[in-house]
Design a protein around this ligand. Structure first.
Ligand SMILES: *[C@@H]1O[C@H](CO)[C@@H](O)[C@H](O)[C@H]1NC(C)=O
Ligand SMILES: *[C@@H]1O[C@H](CO)[C@@H](O)[C@H](O)[C@H]1NC(C)=O
Ligand SMILES: *[C@@H]1O[C@H](CO)[C@@H](O)[C@H](O)[C@H]1NC(C)=O
Ligand SMILES: *[C@@H]1O[C@H](CO)[C@@H](O)[C@H](O)[C@H]1NC(C)=O
Length: 898
């Protein structure tokens, strides 16, 4: 409007000026006359006046006609000008787009050239693993050792490595306990037989072919008294092995090489030493049981197992006590009674007991001790007293309630100091860890704990020589709450993973021996998804409409799909990270294609010898803007990510989501998890997303399906998104770059936190209010490592997933619990600029309230299952390095907007 006025005013003025000039050119006189006439109007006659008025009217008419014409012409010109400038605009935009596209193509071409060059340079093909070398015959019969040499058996002298090649996969043969029962005194316990057979059938190493086996497992049974006379001390209460039966095992090979004789203590814990093998000759076989004499145990060869006190398998969390508060009612407890000391070999624990009682009585503090050195005979259900060890007092139930109230529990090394371990000691350890009482083992310098060649018990127990008894109280009080909780948490971790159930215990036994040989486990099984479309059919793809909201910015090259290298650490994993695998984040029972903890090469190695695959910024010179956007940089080789979209029968929403991905750099594949009864319709066409799209149908509608480790996922980085999440490309690429530096964490957008329930004081509530602290990043838009998809199904208790299914909610909270539990780190939130859900989507208030209510409950239930709330808070958010930095005009930032 303003421009129209500005434009027309000068035109009109010009017209009048020119008119004036042209009239003056007629002669100054005429002008003068007219003026005179106006001055003396009365002297002019009426006729003249009329003529003059007419004349004036005529002039006016002609002027307005001319004006109109000019106005029209002006309008025309204006329109033309507008059209021309619009065209110029569009051409300019087209030019920008084309330049950007060209830039992108150039970057992509450069990358492709680089990749090709790398492929050529790597001229030596990778060695394919050799065929599995498996023995084809049973072990040949060779003469056995002299029984007196058996005690010197070690892996190098008594184990036949030739049956267990590196690539063999560690096959194990299990003698059917119904047929081979090497007990002289009794039948093997029926429960053990059935459970063990079933448990082993889940173990990937089990083979039915004894000829190819590396290891032979023989179930002996459990410690069982051969003599039920409690007063006899000459005849130990122990199970008698039928040596003849053992030596007649079909694959014994004369000396029992590669055999493991497994003796699981279960029922008669208070009885005897629980040693099945004392005094018998077992050739070159390994022995796995809970009871060992010091001189009998062969380190690195025999294995100390926990007693089989737990269920066959499955969830065990309900057995455990919550970990908080750090300090419980009793500082320390002990319940036990000792057999009358008649054996000169036995320790004189009398002084020890006196010292303990004195500590408890004379305590200058308010610390409460619960010490019971005599069993109440009216409650005592076990008539038999142990040989040289402390019997358990009380019922299982009463013991459990005391343990749940104890910060520490005292475990006394067997009074008979020729023992390194007894079933009773192991049973005490088992029940202590289960209830979260931190074991304090007096005489622990002599004893050995289960699987101690791989498990670090120093982080879960306090092990002291008996001489420290007087310093005990001081020591226990010196520990901080944080340390108490760390001990307790670690104890529970070891208990849950390696000894809680028979399955855990047997899997661990096998993994321990496999670890010794550095044979990699079997690869973890991916889920083979049911494709929603058959091989010959896929919906036609259409070019999606251009998305206006995407800023014109080159974010990286569009490359051909490049899967992350898999299984590159089969033989170094155990050596370099075996400790962490057993004691921290890992799981030693299987191998994964990649782990978030795989180490990077050193900085200069990226330029000296190990450069293949790396994409340093500015080829190593660094930089921002263009150089930055062209290269991934960082300390890891190039990689891509997979997007996993969970959708429920919303084809239009899904199509829009796929369309938005067009042109997204580093995208390897889109996996659509189709949660729904009916599959996607085959008639519609889907937008081209620029990367392969795989659609899998699920067995049933479950939010847990979002975390199924599908075989289709070939990259370490997995971006989980809801179908209605709107993420811009720069945000996705930035989050990917951040994730590459925080591979073991959840890296994503929507932050939430857990807030203490101030009203009822009994747990945490879910909260999505504005806050400067967060503890969860929702997996509706977050990067996670592919490993966690397996961990979600293998490490998380099934009760958590069942809860998610029951309420159709909280799978994202569960994933946050899992990752924080494994890493003890909070998630990473990136950038602020973004909108999560479709802005127009209606959310009813009541639905919202139910949703929140359920999520409160989820947090509380998950915490109960895990014994604590693993979430950790963070006040940190990742923005790109030059975001909001003042930089010179000729320099560029990392991203234009984030
Ligand atoms: C020991 O096993 C052998 C062979 O299986 C059997 O013949 C013998 O009777 C068994 N001895 C005892 C005492 O059970
Ligand atoms: C594949 O699926 C399409 C569409 O659902 C169907 O028309 C076609 O017959 C199927 N082909 C085969 C080989 O099953
Ligand atoms: C490592 O083990 C996996 C799984 O068994 C196998 O596929 C892969 O080829 C092995 N890699 C090497 C380098 O041996
Ligand atoms: C969020 O904040 C509002 C007002 O600040 C408050 O009324 C509401 O209870 C808060 N919600 C939660 C879940 O804490």
């Amino acid at each position: 409007m303003v421009s129209v006025i500005l434009f027309s005013v000068p035109l009109v003025t010009h017209y009048y000026l020119s008119k004036y000039e042209s009239s003056s050119s007629l002669g100054l006189n005429a002008m003068q006359n007219t003026l005179d006439a106006l001055v003396d109007i009365s002297t002019v006659n009426a006729e003249d006046l009329k003529i003059r008025i007419k004349e004036m009217l005529r002039i006016k008419a002609s002027v307005s006609t001319e004006l109109r014409e000019l106005e029209e012409r002006r309008g025309r010109l204006q329109k033309e000008a507008a059209a021309a400038s619009a065209k110029a605009e569009s051409v300019k935009a087209e030019y920008t787009r084309a330049t950007a596209e060209l830039q992108r193509l150039r970057v992509s071409a450069d990358q492709a050239r680089l990749a090709q060059l790398e492929a050529i340079r790597r001229d030596s093909p990778e060695l394919a693993p050799p065929n599995q070398i498996l023995p084809s015959r049973p072990p040949p019969i060779i003469p056995s050792l002299h029984p007196s040499s058996e005690v010197h058996c070690r892996m190098h002298s008594c184990f036949d490595h030739s049956r267990c090649s590196l690539t063999s996969g560690f096959p194990i043969y299990f003698y059917d306990p119904d047929i081979y029962s090497p007990l002289a005194s009794a039948e093997i316990d029926g429960f053990l037989k059935t459970t063990l057979r079933q448990t082993l059938s889940y173990n990937a190493h089990l083979t039915r072919n004894p000829n190819e086996a590396c290891l032979y497992l023989v179930l002996i049974g459990e410690a069982f008294p051969s003599n039920k006379n409690p007063s006899s001390t000459t005849e130990p209460y122990r199970l008698l092995l039928n040596e003849t039966a053992i030596k007649q095992l079909p694959f014994w090979g004369g000396d029992g090489r590669n055999h493991v004789l497994l003796n699981l203590a279960r029922r008669e814990l208070s009885v005897g030493s629980g040693d099945a093998f004392l005094g018998t000759s077992t050739g070159r076989a390994m022995i796995a049981q809970s009871t060992f004499k010091l001189q009998q145990f062969r380190p690195g060869f025999d294995v100390i197992t926990p007693p089989a006190l737990g269920p066959p398998g499955g969830d065990v969390w309900a057995e455990c006590a919550p970990m908080a508060p750090a300090r419980r009612k009793y500082l320390m407890s002990f319940q036990g009674s000792k057999s009358p000391a008649t054996d000169p070999n036995r320790d004189n624990d009398k002084q020890l007991i006196e010292a303990l009682q004195k500590t408890a009585k004379d305590s200058p503090t308010s610390d409460v001790f619960f010490l019971q050195f005599e069993c109440d005979p009216s409650v005592e259900r076990r008539a038999l007293l142990p040989i040289g060890d402390w019997a358990l007092c009380g019922t299982d139930r009463s013991r459990r309630s005391v343990l749940r109230d104890s910060t520490f529990v005292l475990i006394l090394a067997p009074a008979d100091h020729t023992y390194a371990s007894t079933a009773l000691l192991q049973a005490r350890l088992y029940e202590a860890l289960r209830s979260g009482a931190i074991p304090v083992i007096l005489g622990g310098d002599r004893t050995r704990l289960p699987y101690d060649e791989v498990l670090d018990w120093r982080r879960a127990t306090l092990s002291l020589p008996k001489a420290r008894v007087t310093e005990l109280h001081f020591l226990l009080r010196a520990l901080s709450d944080a340390d108490l909780l760390t001990f307790r948490r670690q104890g529970r971790l070891l208990w849950e993973r390696y000894m809680s159930s028979l399955q855990a215990s047997v899997d661990t036994l096998i993994a321990v021996i496999r670890t010794r040989l550095n044979i990699p486990g079997r690869p973890v099984a991916p889920i083979m998804g049911t494709p929603a479309f058959n091989e010959s059919y896929y919906p036609t793809k259409v070019e999606p409409p251009a998305v206006d909201s995407e800023p014109e910015e080159t974010l990286g090259p569009l490359e051909a799909p490049y899967p992350s290298p898999a299984y590159r650490r089969n033989y170094s994993m155990i050596l370099l990270q075996g400790y962490e695998m057993w004691n921290e984040w890992g799981e030693p029972f299987t191998i994964y294609p990649q782990l978030p903890w795989d180490p990077p090469v050193t900085s200069e190695a990226r330029f000296m010898g190990s450069a293949a695959g790396f994409r340093p910024i500015g080829a190593g010179a660094g930089g921002s803007g263009k150089e930055f956007s062209e290269a991934l940089g960082g300390d890891r080789p190039r990689e891509q990510f997979t997007i996993v979209i969970l959708t429920y029968e919303r084809e239009a929403v899904l199509a829009a989501a796929l369309a938005r991905l067009r042109g997204l750099p580093y995208l390897n594949k889109v996996v659509v998890v189709w949660n729904g009864v009916t599959g996607p319709s085959s008639s519609t066409s889907w937008p081209e997303s620029g990367a392969p799209v795989a659609v899998v149908r699920t067995q049933r509608n479950s939010l847990n399906n979002r975390f199924l480790p599908y075989h289709l996922i070939e990259t370490e980085a997995v971006l989980c998104v809801d179908d209605d999440a709107h993420l811009r490309h720069d945000e996705i690429v930035f989050a990917f770059r951040v994730w590459r530096e925080h591979r073991d964490r959840i890296v994503g957008f929507p932050g939430r936190y857990h807030a203490w329930d101030l009203n009822f004081n009994n747990g945490f509530l879910y909260n999505s209010n504005y806050s400067c602290e967060l503890s969860m990043v929702l997996t509706g838009a977050a990067f996670v490592h592919r490993y966690y998809l397996w961990a979600y199904w293998r490490l998380l208790p099934a009760a958590v997933r069942d809860y998610v299914d029951e309420y159709m909610n909280c799978e994202d909270i569960a994933m946050n619990f899992l990752v924080s539990h494994i890493t003890r780190k909070p998630p990473v939130k990136v950038t602020s600029r973004w909108t999560f859900r479709c802005p127009g989507c209606p959310v009813t208030l009541s639905a919202d309230e139910t949703h929140f209510h359920e999520r409160h409950k989820c947090i509380q239930f998950f915490s109960q299952v895990m014994g604590y709330t693993p979430l950790l808070s963070t006040q940190y958010r990742a923005d790109s390095v030059l975001f909001k930095t003042r930089i010179p005009h000729d320099k560029q930032k990392c991203f234009k907007f984030i």
